[in-house]
Design a protein around this ligand. Structure first.
Ligand SMILES: [Zn+2]
Length: 655
């Protein structure tokens, strides 16, 4: 196998050689995070979650499944058909984490898992512990629901991570052997069909990028082109739409079916565009993005309105208490929007990344790093009912006191782990003219520009709590280059100074402030984004939230938790007074340190209804409201004390 000369060392998406990428990703170690909001989360992930993940994968039988497949022990396969993918996602997380900083313990648990993968692989390259532990070995008999190619995709991504972050070829050898096996089975003159759960498409493109083997890119295109024949029977009562097999990828006009599948497919399609430049693919993805952002997106960035089929709903169908918003869908949205950003350079994709990152993705894991939500509702009715998974045993459909440790279908926890461990990948890019800063965190960034300049930057910020971003040029060269900094969609009046001088004529392109000059070492750029709490209204067609407001401060969406209110048990009665100012205060002792927002509102007079559900609208039954101070915390932090009533959307004061 020939490796690209400079393919090693990039992050999850390497567009350094992609001919149609507007923006080029940086090498993985080019961005190192310093103390700040994200470093706290990533440290919990590193020190707690990754070790915890190892224990849970052992407990849930994932490792044993590989041991049985390898003939090391006897026993029965446990779990879902896609159980191997949890291991691969967790391994991917380990690779990025060790790539940033070596760790002997992590290295040791990674080695043990890799040895199992090596042992379980068949001589022809095939590996899937579910299929290998059946009484009769029958691979590829259920492409719709068997998840063999899905698991292969996660193996490929883990392999790319070990190769890029660590220069460790072991998993890449396994992956390429399996990919070659798949190439021998599927293709235009071979077997037709595609996996019911997209994932392998983007993974094959990643494998192509790291190896330079074009057959992997061709296979990704083949699988993408297979969709739209309605050949997939669907899952249970769901038709081919469940698998996005109801329409050809280039004809797509709206998001449909299982949300994670839709978004993983979109990621693969966008990856294919980045390599081939086929406009019809990008145009379809732009239509898909428009449909989602204009009619199917929760304020938290959550996607998938329906439990039924874990699916997108109709336009504006965005219920708050029975929504799905799977953590994996949120992560998939970030992955896809990142690819759209790389393809177009348009900042509104980075805005969507930010929305989902600070809200839905961060709500998935508990602050302790060892409990996880699968479903992320925007309202809980006094903890009466919290359905956690779509079709799982009663043990997972109950009123928990906190997020469950793990799930029978444990796709989300290791997905969070790999996202957090590779977070630094998503902060910045370069193009022919300079560097783009997409997300704000304290970090050191270094980058070689195509002009030959080596640039080093240092960013200091208290973002997302404060809007001050200080960027210092540590090293530059004697030639002009462009520094682009994203202005978030919520920021109306950003201010910027260079070396203390306010810049009045700010040049904006594609959602970025663009500063071009011959930068000198020790130049300082200071960007001031006005982070203040505001009320957000929803499109009136979203009937579930009509007449309500949500509190947002900078990128962070807030919620009311029952336990913080002056009378508990009455979240259903609260209303907010939109004419009163919102106050913020920092509470370092609460939920690992959060900015709390307080609003004026009231409790409606529930007692005057005397147990009735309905009465003539002429009655003055809402008289005598009780004024109340409403206390809001960041949505991502909810459910970290005892899970109780919670709501993001608050009805406007009625009288
Ligand atoms: Zn999931």
């Amino acid at each position: 196998m020939l490796l690209h000369d400079d393919s090693q060392g990039f992050g999850p998406v390497d567009t350094s050689q992609s001919p149609h990428a507007c923006l080029k990703t940086l090498k993985f170690k080019s961005v190192s995070l310093n103390e700040g909001f994200w470093t706290k989360k990533i440290t919990v992930n590193r020190k707690i979650s990754l070790h915890f993940g190892s224990k849970m994968l052992e407990k849930a039988g994932n490792f044993d499944n590989l041991r049985i497949a390898a003939g090391l022990i006897k026993g029965n396969f446990r779990g879902y058909v896609f159980q191997d993918s949890d291991i691969y996602k967790w391994l991917e997380a380990l690779a990025w984490e060790m790539g940033r900083k070596p760790d002997n313990e992590l290295s040791s648990i990674a080695d043990q898992a890799i040895e199992l993968v090596v042992a379980a692989q068949l001589p022809d390259g095939y590996i899937n512990s579910y299929v290998q532990t059946r009484e009769a070995f029958k691979p590829w008999i259920d492409l719709d629901n068997g998840h063999e190619l899905y698991c292969a995709g996660h193996l490929f991504q883990a392999a790319v991570a070990f190769e890029c972050a660590l220069g460790d070829h072991r998993l890449l050898n396994i992956a390429c052997s399996f990919a070659d096996h798949i190439c021998s089975v599927f293709g235009p003159d071979k077997r037709h069909g595609a996996c019911g759960h997209p994932e392998v498409e983007m993974a094959l493109v990643a494998l192509f990028r790291v190896t330079g083997e074009s057959r992997y890119l061709d296979l990704a295109k083949f699988f993408i082109d297979q969709r739209g024949e309605s050949a997939m029977k669907g899952h249970r009562s769901y038709g081919p739409e469940y698998h996005q097999d109801h329409i050809q990828v280039r004809q797509v006009i709206e998001a449909a079916g299982h949300s994670v599948r839709q978004l993983y497919l979109a990621s693969g399609v966008t990856d294919l565009f980045l390599e081939t430049g086929e406009q019809a693919l990008l145009e379809a993805m732009v239509r898909l993005s428009k449909d989602i952002n204009e009619t199917k997106l929760y304020i938290t960035g959550g996607l998938g309105a329906r439990f039924d089929g874990e699916a997108f709903g109709d336009p504006y169908e965005l219920p708050t208490d029975q929504c799905y918003c799977e953590t994996c869908a949120a992560i998939a949205s970030l992955m896809w929007n990142w690819r759209m950003l790389l393809a177009s350079g348009e900042g509104h994709y980075a805005d969507q990344m930010e929305r989902v990152l600070y809200n839905n993705i961060l709500a998935g894991p508990a602050l302790d790093g060892q409990h996880y939500f699968y479903i992320n509702p925007l309202m809980l009715r006094e903890a009466r009912y919290l359905r956690l998974s779509t079709d799982l045993p009663p043990s997972e459909i109950f009123i928990p006191s906190q997020r469950p440790e793990w799930h029978d279908c444990a796709c989300c926890p290791p997905n969070v782990m790999r996202l957090l461990s590779s977070f630094s990948h998503y902060l910045a890019t370069r193009d022919a003219k300079g560097i783009q800063i997409h997300h704000f965190a304290s970090a050191d960034i270094e980058c070689d520009l195509p002009t030959g300049l080596r640039v080093k930057l240092n960013i200091m910020t208290e973002y997302p709590w404060q809007g001050h971003i200080r960027l210092r040029v540590v090293q530059s060269g004697h030639a002009p280059w462009r520094l682009s900094m994203r202005i978030p969609e919520w920021s109306q009046t950003p201010r910027l100074s260079i070396n203390g001088e306010i810049v009045r004529d700010l040049r904006r392109e594609k959602g970025y402030l663009v500063l071009e000059r011959e930068w000198q070492a020790e130049d300082v750029v200071e960007l001031e984004l006005e982070i203040e709490a505001i009320l957000v209204a929803s499109n009136p067609r979203i009937d579930a939230t009509r007449g309500c407001f949500a509190i947002q401060r900078g990128p962070i969406v807030y919620c009311l938790e029952d336990r913080d209110q002056e009378i508990t048990g009455r979240l259903l009665d609260v209303e907010i007074d939109k004419n009163q100012p919102l106050l913020t205060r920092w509470d370092s002792g609460l939920l690992d340190g959060v900015m709390v927002v307080e609003a004026n509102g009231q409790f409606v007079d529930y007692e005057s209804w005397h147990g009735r559900l309905y009465q003539p609208a002429t009655s003055s039954v809402l008289a005598n409201p009780r004024p109340a101070r409403l206390v809001a915390i960041p949505y991502y932090a909810w459910g970290n004390r005892v899970i109780g009533g919670m709501r993001v959307w608050i009805p406007n004061k009625s009288i």
